[in-house]
Design a protein around this ligand. Structure first.
Ligand SMILES: *Cc1c(COP(=O)(O)O)cnc(C)c1O
Length: 429
């Protein structure tokens, strides 16, 4: 007998490409079937398969307080009947913009959009429009959403211009996207020297979450800051994951490096589809209607989404201890997992930055895309399936992060660590 989940997946595949609305949800790289979620509460997911899972995906970031949290629910309930979209400005947009500007170093104005993809795409357009330069530098392994110009990886050998990573992206569109190695300042410097006066911006995940968690080496972000300033290029931090997560002031606050522009998403919508990009006033003055750079959105600044995001950020601002609580929980998990690895003499590598963590199935701590490629993805698949069978929902890919939420109880974490021990014993034998 097939369960409800499998039936639903069959039907989904008939109407939706691959049965999912974002490819990672298909669980293909870990050799499993997707779990359709019926509902979620706190750190728990309830699947159409009738099972409960301890959640370490956290909707890929927004659910830092856990699912269906009272803070956000109340705000949505309170404003649900005030109208869901106006297509005209409203107070909540101003309130959320102020909250972001006050929290984030170096940002004077923000524009709301509907996703992280839109945020980075728009920020780059503004950077180009305002510097009147066309080329941009991104880093291999960093993900900034799925807009054409950013779906690139480095070409072979000495080539620094990107090659499209997806059919449908013309090579002509990505010819202005130069790809550098993460944590390699010398490489960035070389690219800048070879393209003097032509680089509009450097966009970077200040802590990388999209090739698994890869931390910036000491001095990397500061070095980028100095190179950009010297070259007249804008430094853009993509804080779609890290914003309001690694600290209330983002990675910029954590590392003490102030970018020219920043992109947000995930947490700032409290679970609703929200993104935002911001920057210094002189830069943001280039944006229409003040300036010539066009960018718009029918549902941008959606009143209900703004209320949800505002409730989330207000809570994080007024309860700064949340960040310590999450740090403690993440450290508890990390230490417990490391203990198991040590006891079983398994040479896998845990990398953690606050609530973001990845267990890499390779021996050395990775600092670049080349490094993470050494990881054994087959083994990760086994690990994932072992944990899933024991009711623990991890990221369905070696190259994603585990998101620790403050809704996890000690019991949740102990159950997780027990499952971890069993799965690792299996892998060791
Ligand atoms: C998720 C993510 C994006 C894209 O956001 P979407 O809302 O999925 O479009 C961009 N940058 C980073 C760093 C992300 O993690």
């Amino acid at each position: 007998m097939r369960n409800n989940n499998e039936k639903l997946f069959e039907e989904a595949k008939y109407y939706i490409p691959g049965g999912v609305n974002s490819p990672v949800r298909a669980f293909r790289s870990v050799g499993a079937l997707p779990v359709f979620i019926r509902k979620a509460k706190g750190a728990h997911l309830f699947g159409e398969d009738g099972r409960m899972y301890i959640d370490y995906i956290s909707s890929w970031g927004p659910m830092i307080l856990g699912h269906s949290c009272d803070v956000v629910n109340k705000a949505v309930e309170q404003h649900l009947h005030d109208g869901i979209s106006y297509g005209l400005p409203c107070r909540a947009e101003v309130d959320l913009a102020r909250e972001i500007v006050e929290a984030y170093p170096g940002i004077d104005e923000v524009r709301m959009v509907n996703s992280g993809t839109e945020a980075t795409m728009s920020a780059i357009r503004v950077a180009r429009g305002c510097t009147k330069r066309d080329k941009i530098i991104k880093f291999e392994g960093c993900y900034h959403g799925h807009s054409d110009g950013l779906l690139v990886s480095s070409g072979s050998g000495a080539l620094t211009f990107g090659v499209p990573t997806s059919p449908g992206v013309p090579a002509d569109i990505v010819k202005n996207t130069l790809v550098a190695r993460y944590n390699d300042l010398e490489h960035v410097k070389q690219i800048m020297e070879a393209n003097k006066g032509q680089i509009a911006c450097v966009i970077v995940e200040p802590v990388c979450g999209n090739m698994g968690v890869v931390r910036p080496r000491a001095g990397f972000l500061q070095g980028l800051r100095e190179l950009c300033t010297k070259e007249g290029a804008l430094l853009i931090f993509d804080e779609v994951i890290t914003g309001f997560r690694v600290s209330y002031h983002g990675a910029a606050g954590l590392f003490g490096v102030v970018p020219d522009m920043a992109c947000f998403g995930k947490i700032i919508g409290g679970g609703f589809p929200v993104g935002a990009y911001g920057g210094r006033r002189d830069i943001m003055e280039c944006v229409s209607p003040n300036g010539p750079v066009y960018q718009a959105g029918t549902l941008s600044g959606n009143p209900l989404a703004m209320r949800a995001g505002l409730a989330m950020l207000d809570y994080l601002k007024n309860n700064p201890a949340v960040y310590d609580v999450i740090e403690e929980k993440a450290a508890y998990l990390e230490n417990g997992m490391q203990k198991v690895l040590d006891e079983l003499k398994l040479p896998f590598t845990l990398v953690r930055e606050h609530s973001l963590m990845t267990l890499f199935f390779c021996q050395r701590t990775p600092y670049s895309y080349n490094d993470v490629k050494e990881a054994d993805t087959k083994l990760y698949g086994k690990y994932f399936r072992g944990m899933l069978a024991r009711g623990v929902m991890l990221a369905p890919s070696q190259f994603e992060a585990m998101f620790v939420s403050c809704a996890l109880t000690k019991n949740d974490m102990d159950v997780t660590l027990e499952a971890f021990r069993e799965v690792m014993e299996e892998l060791a034998s």
